[in-house]
Design a protein around this ligand. Structure first.
Ligand code: C2E
Ligand code: MG
Ligand code: MG
Ligand code: MG
Length: 278
């Protein structure tokens, strides 16, 4: 493509590639010391039960306070952390920190809701992952039913047998499991029923398109039916409008998460959200 576009096109691609390499090198370099310098923080986004209107859980979402770069969002660094393998130790920190925070809210007498943690494929595939989860629960003192692990569809569809085995062990430990970004990862429907799942999270791209055309709405309806037939509760991600909430509720969606209810917020504000529930 660069070739038939001629010299200018080639230069364009080259400078864009350079910019990408520079950004990657920058992020990779800063990531090296991020954990030891305590630059990571967790934000929390609530999800709301459509039936009761109450907070049904909080998702822990990683943020990076980098002195030179400011508050860095996951889309800018999770990919690099995955490629370099650094996600393993970062993910371990997230797991411990989320459990510790959830327990500390409970100890403060706030309403008990589960905290959800995103797990990357690389982290999940580590031999010691199941034990790491048990250790995080034991050291924080958090009861396992208050921890949820969000696994992406693409993670689950590779090495399916090994994934199922690990998921069963996690379920035996008492934690809850979700399939995240559902609909974006080419699930094999015949395998889906074999995963011990508690929640199915409809990816926000489907929620965004849902009210624009009939096929968009039909897809979301089918996902809700499919999820329920697998025994899952359905969480819709990225709900931004009352109309979306109305449609989802009408179709039997169980819980919603999105800017309509709250953006992801820092720890203190998340505590206030819980306090308002109590
Ligand atoms: P995710 O797990 O699907 O998380 C939901 C993302 O959607 C969050 O982005 C959240 O801020 C955003 N979101 C929520 N409601 C709305 C809405 O109404 N509208 C729009 N436009 N966006 C909404 P965030 O925090 O930037 O995280 C992006 C992704 O980064 C996450 O997607 C997850 O895949 C990954 N991530 C975040 N934290 C961690 C972590 O601790 N470990 C790992 N492995 N991945 C993480
Ligand atoms: Mg998630
Ligand atoms: Mg998601
Ligand atoms: Mg996502």
């Amino acid at each position: 493509r660069a070739k038939d576009g001629g010299r200018n096109q080639l230069q364009f691609y080259t400078s864009e590639m350079n910019a990408r390499v520079t950004e990657r090198t920058l992020i990779e370099g800063h990531l090296r010391n991020a954990l030891t310098r305590h630059e990571f923080v967790l934000y929390f986004q609530p999800r709301i039960d459509c039936g009761t209107g109450r907070v049904a859980g909080l998702e822990a979402l990683l943020r990076w306070r980098q002195p030179e770069l400011g508050l860095v969002q996951p889309d800018r660094f999770i990919g690099v952390a995955e490629e370099t393998g650094r996600i393993v130790e970062i993910g371990e920190w997230v797991l411990y920190e989320a459990c510790r925070q959830a327990k500390s809210w409970q100890d403060a007498g706030l309403p008990r809701v589960p905290v959800a943690v995103n797990v990357s494929a690389r982290q999940f595939r580590q031999a010691g992952f199941v034990q790491e989860v048990r250790d995080a629960l034991a050291s924080s003192g958090l009861a396992p039913e208050y921890l949820e692990l969000e696994l992406t569809e693409s993670l689950m569809m590779q090495n399916i047998e090994a994934v199922i085995t690990a998921m069963r062990l996690l379920k035996d430990s008492g934690v809850r499991l979700s399939i995240d970004d559902f609909g974006t990862g080419y699930s094999s429907l015949s395998y889906l029923r074999r995963f011990p799942l508690d929640y199915l999270k409809i990816d926000r791209s489907f929620v965004r398109d849902m009210l624009h055309d009939a096929p968009g709405a039909a897809i979301v309806r089918s996902m809700i039916t499919l999820g329920h037939s697998l025994g899952c509760r359905i969480i819709a991600e990225g709900v931004e409008t009352r109309d979306q909430l109305g449609y989802l509720t009408q179709q039997g969606c169980d819980e919603i998460q999105g800017f309509l209810c709250s953006r992801p917020v820092p720890v203190e504000q998340a505590g206030e959200l819980l306090h308002a529930e109590g």
